[in-house]
Design a protein around this ligand. Structure first.
Ligand SMILES: [Fe+2]
Ligand SMILES: [Fe+2]
Length: 248
């Protein structure tokens, strides 16, 4: 791939799925911070731009084991089904497992690693917030986006919504994502980048592997919503209301 420094990291991640791994390895935020240019994102992460460009240029755009570039062309309905079946399902399955592991590790290592208390508290709050957030997406926003897409595909105006414009629920979801991203950063700092101490037992190590995987999945999940689904829905609503006005 041949990215340039003035492209946004969200655009690069959409066009080149292999860039996601590069951003993850360099600690560059491509989901909540997807609207930053590559130059700004590098400055923000403290990564020399030349290193990011070299790493991106040598990354292979082959198939990746997760959300491929084909989702950039998917319909809202396909994107939503993918997000719910893959990412919402994953969050619901992993949070109880990780909370249980956190409890066990805390019982055994609280004395020597008091930071585990804060880690448990942050993850508990994150799990609760995500459960409520996903419910709002699945019960309110996503069904509306599917109905809007269907109406627009048939040349009709978007159906009336209790929230008015989709901008309203989307801005709430974006704020939730920002909060979740902030919690993930604090958890990463508390856990020294998920490096378990040398003396850590297998459960402790397994917990850090699981939390790091949870972080990676949530970043990819937020990327699909912030950088692909939500901008598409906003564009669709805008274009269809313009078309309706022109027909009047
Ligand atoms: Fe979601
Ligand atoms: Fe979300």
């Amino acid at each position: 791939m041949k990215p340039n420094l003035s492209q946004t990291v969200g655009e690069i991640a959409i066009a080149h799925p292999a860039a996601i791994r590069v951003f993850e390895s360099l600690g560059i935020d491509y989901c909540c911070g997807g609207a930053r240019t590559l130059k700004d994102a590098c400055d923000h992460a403290g990564v020399p731009a030349v290193i990011a460009l070299e790493s991106l240029e040598s990354a292979n755009d082959g198939p990746v084991d997760t959300d491929g570039g084909n989702l950039a062309e998917a319909s809202c309905q396909e994107l939503i089904r993918h997000i719910v079946s893959r990412h919402h399902h994953y969050v619901r399955g992993e949070t109880p497992r990780l909370l249980e592991m956190l409890g066990k590790v805390l019982d055994a290592h609280r004395e020597t690693h008091p930071e585990l208390v804060s880690l448990r508290d942050l993850f508990t709050a994150l799990a609760q917030d995500l459960a409520a957030h996903m419910m709002k997406e699945e019960n309110v926003l996503f069904p509306y986006l599917e109905r809007m897409e269907l109406a627009v595909s048939q040349g009709a105006a978007p159906p009336p919504a209790m929230f008015g414009s989709v901008e309203m629920p989307i801005s709430r979801m974006l704020a939730d994502h920002e909060d979740a991203g902030e919690v993930l950063s604090r958890m990463r700092a508390l856990s020294s980048g998920y490096h378990a101490p040398d003396s850590a037992c297998p459960t402790y190590r397994g917990l850090y592997v699981g939390l790091e995987e949870f972080e990676r999945d949530l970043h990819r999940h937020i990327h699909l919503e912030n950088n692909i689904l939500f901008p598409r829905a906003l564009r669709m609503e805008q274009e269809s209301s313009t078309a309706v006005q022109e027909r009047r």
